[in-house]
Design a binder for this molecule. Structure first.
Ligand code: NI
Length: 255
C-alpha cells in the first residue's frame, strides 16, 4: 500500500517520525508521497526525504491557504527547486475558499501558474480543493481538455462532480482519506463513481484520522482502514484494493 498524501515532515511527528515510518511499513504501507505546503515546510520536507529516500517521495508546490498578496515571491523561490531536486508531482496546489476568500484571485493565478509548471516539467498535479469546486474547475478549464494530469486529493465531493471533472477537464485520479470510514460520511456512491481504476488511498496525516482513531493524530499506518472500507463498498478483497490502488499511485507519480 502507498499513502499517496501525507505530511509526516510536520512538527507533529518530530518526536517519533522513525516509529511512525516503522509502523507504516509494518502495516504494509511501504511508500509515502509528501506534498509541500508553504515556504517554511520546504526545509523539513527535504530533510525527511533525505532521511528516508526509499520510503518517501516529495511533491513541491504552494498550497492555496498559503497564497497571499506576495505569492509571486514565493512562486519565484519555489520554481528553481524543480531544477535541483527530484519531485514526483507539483503539489499541493489548488483553491481553498473555506478558510478565507480574500485572496481568491491570487489563488487562481498561483494555481494556473503551477499547472503551467506541471506541463513544462511533465509532472502530475496534486489538487487541494475545498469549498471551491466551480473555481477549481474554471482554472483547470483554462487548459486544453486532457492536457493536465493529477489527483483531486481528499476528495469528498459528489458522484456528479466526478462526472463533471471527467467531461470537462479529463481523466483524473481521486484520493480517498479517513473520512470514508466515518459512519455518517455516506461516500459509497462517490467511491463507486470513481471506480477502483482511478482511486488512490491517502491519510492526509496528521489530519483526519480514520475510525477507530478519529480525533487523534493521523499517520500512514492507518491506510489499511481506508483500504478495508473501500473493499467493503466495492465488494472486493483488501488485497485487490491494495494491488489496484498501489498500481494507480505508482502509475500517476512514476514511483
Ligand atoms: Ni495535504
Amino acid at each position: 500500500m502507498i499513502d499517496s498524501h501525507t505530511h509526516i515532515y510536520m512538527e507533529e511527528f518530530d518526536t517519533d517520525r522513525n516509529d511512525v515510518i516503522t509502523r507504516a511499513v509494518a502495516a504494509g504501507v511501504c511508500h509515502m508521497i509528501l506534498p509541500n505546503v508553504d515556504m517554511e515546510s520546504i526545509e523539513p520536507l527535504h530533510r525527511t526525504i533525505e532521511q528516508y529516500p526509499h520510503r518517501c517521495h516529495a511533491a513541491m508546490g504552494l498550497h492555496p491557504t498559503s497564497v497571499a498578496a506576495d505569492f509571486g515571491n514565493h512562486l519565484s523561490a519555489i520554481r528553481p527547486l524543480f531544477d535541483t531536486h527530484h519531485y514526483c508531482a507539483v503539489g499541493e496546489i489548488g483553491i481553498d475558499l473555506y478558510w478565507d476568500k480574500t485572496f481568491r484571485n491570487e489563488q487562481c493565478e498561483a494555481f494556473a501558474t503551477q499547472i503551467e509548471w506541471s506541463q513544462e516539467l511533465d509532472l502530475p498535479i496534486i489538487i487541494h480543493s475545498r469549498e471551491a469546486f466551480d473555481t477549481t474547475l474554471s482554472v483547470l478549464q483554462q487548459f486544453p481538455k486532457d492536457s493536465v494530469k493529477g489527483v483531486f486529493h481528499s476528495f469528498t465531493g459528489t458522484a456528479q462532480e466526478v462526472e463533471t471533472i471527467r467531461n470537462r477537464v479529463g481523466d483524473f485520479y481521486f484520493g480517498i482519506n479517513g473520512i470514508v470510514t466515518f459512519k455518517n460520511a455516506h461516500l459509497e456512491k462517490l467511491v463507486e463513481a470513481i471506480g477502483i481504476d482511478r482511486l488512490l488511498l491517502e491519510t492526509d496525516a496528521p489530519y483526519l484520522a480514520p475510525t477507530p482513531h478519529r480525533g487523534k493524530r493521523n499517520e500512514p499506518a492507518y491506510v489499511p482502514y481506508m483500504a478495508a472500507r473501500v473493499a467493503q463498498i466495492l465488494g472486493m478483497s483488501i488485497e485487490e484494493v491494495d494491488a489496484a490502488t498501489t498500481h494507480n499511485t505508482r502509475t500517476l507519480f512514476s514511483i
